[in-house]
Design a protein. Structure first.
Length: 256
């Protein structure tokens, strides 16, 4: 899905150097035209990574998903706030731009990327009051430890599906008891992060709440354990649709 217009990325960095490059955390990134990189479009499938995003029963798709060098990013524009699709696109583009700017990927890098995604969505606000918002999950394999690492804001979810045994939830929802989100990209709140051992032969699965809202963690394990990334994402989107999801449907999977 492509969102019209230019999304400005990394417009609120902590420091801008004299050469025009931005420094954030321990990495330095050169701003580029995000649309030329394809951020916000569903990436092509490969043997080790697959992303599927469908409109489902909604009139438009406000989810966005993209691969970066060491993992995937999934964002879900919040339907109750304006410009949900633009918010999701800004979050994924900004995070991917940052993460693809360096060779390494650590839990600190994931947290920094999620923070930048929050700032990019905040930049879309046109005035006082509630602005656009999006949930965002960043997940991949650390280049330093080999662990599964990532960061998130909101209620899109990430799981580790080992070759056998129980599924492992990597995230928990940033939500109040009534379901209202307490953190999301655009809220100004800090992201949470995870770092857990990886099991070779398993999958990292990331889904928007259009999928997790109707499929339990056990059902996700049943549909994905032992499957290729492409088969896993196809099953999740099809099962969520068959289960009656009324939201956009996005699922990503990475083979370990």
């Amino acid at each position: 899905m492509r969102v019209g217009g230019i999304i400005r990325v990394m417009t609120l960095p902590p420091e801008r150097r004299s050469d025009g490059r931005y420094t954030f955390g321990a990495q330095t990134v050169t701003p580029s035209t995000a649309q030329s990189r394809g951020y916000g479009d569903t990436p092509d499938r490969s043997d080790r990574c697959s992303i599927r995003s469908e409109t489902g029963r909604r009139s438009s798709n406000q989810d966005a998903a993209v691969r970066f060098r060491h993992g995937v990013i999934v964002a879900d524009g919040m339907g109750g706030l304006p410009e949900g699709a633009s918010a999701a696109a800004a979050a994924t583009r900004t995070a991917a731009e940052y993460l693809d700017g360096g060779e390494r990927f650590t839990v600190a890098d994931a947290r920094d990327a999620a923070t930048l995604a929050d700032r990019a969505v905040t930049e879309l606000r046109h005035g006082p009051g509630h602005g656009p918002g999006a949930t965002v999950v960043i997940a991949g394999t650390s280049t330093e430890t080999g662990e599964l690492v990532g960061a998130w804001l909101g209620d899109s979810r990430a799981f580790h599906v080992p070759p056998s045994g129980p599924i492992v939830a990597l995230t928990h929802d940033h939500a109040a008891p009534d379901g209202k989100l307490t953190r999301y990209a655009g809220s100004g709140e800090s992201p949470s992060a995870f770092s857990v051992p990886a099991h070779e032969g398993g999958l990292v699965v990331v889904c928007s709440d259009g999928v997790t809202g109707v499929l339990s963690a056990d059902r996700i394990r049943t549909e994905t354990q032992g499957a290729t990334p492409d088969v896993a994402t196809g099953r999740l989107v099809a099962c969520a649709s068959a289960a009656g999801s009324t939201d956009n449907l996005t699922a990503a999977a990475i083979a370990l």
